[in-house]
Design a protein around this ligand. Sequence first.
Ligand SMILES: [Zn+2]
Ligand SMILES: [Zn+2]
Ligand SMILES: [Zn+2]
Ligand SMILES: [Zn+2]
Length: 148
Amino acid sequence: MGLWDSIKKVATKAKCGIGFHAGTFSTPDGKPKCHLEKTCPDCMELVIEKKHAYECDWKDAPFDYSSQLKCTRAQKCIHCGEVHKKEVHEEYRKLGVNSKCQSVLACTRCGHEKNGNYEHSFIRDGVVDGKIVMKCTNCGTTEKRNYA
Ligand SMILES: [Zn+2]
Ligand SMILES: [Zn+2]
Ligand SMILES: [Zn+2]
Ligand SMILES: [Zn+2]
C-alpha cells in the first residue's frame, strides 16, 4: 500500500468517526419516502435518516388537545403517517420587567414565560478612565461608555 493510500485511509476513517459517511441516500423498496438509508462504502456502516414531511408549517399546525401543554401541536408525516408533536408558542406579550431589568414575556395562548431584552434606566454616574459611567436607577448595573 502506498503512502497516499494510507493517508487517504486515515482521513476517511476520521470522517466516518465524526459521522460524515460517504454514499448516497435512497429509499429502499417498501419503505415510506421519508425513510432514507445508505451503506457507507468506507466503513460499511448502515446510516438511516428520517426526513419526515408535513402538510403545514409547525406554526400553523393543529393543536394537540390531548396535551397538557396548550401550545403543543401535532401532525402526521405525509409519507409514513407517524404523528409528531412539537411545542410552538403563539406571540409573546410583555408582562413586565424583573428585578434585573430584564423584560418578562408570556405566550398569549398558554402563558409560558421567557425573558426578553434588558431594559435598564441608565443615568450618568461619573467618569472613570476617560469613560462615562452609566448606572441603572432600578438594578444598579453599571456600564462604561465612550464619549460619543
Ligand atoms: Zn463510514
Ligand atoms: Zn415520515
Ligand atoms: Zn405557548
Ligand atoms: Zn437595570
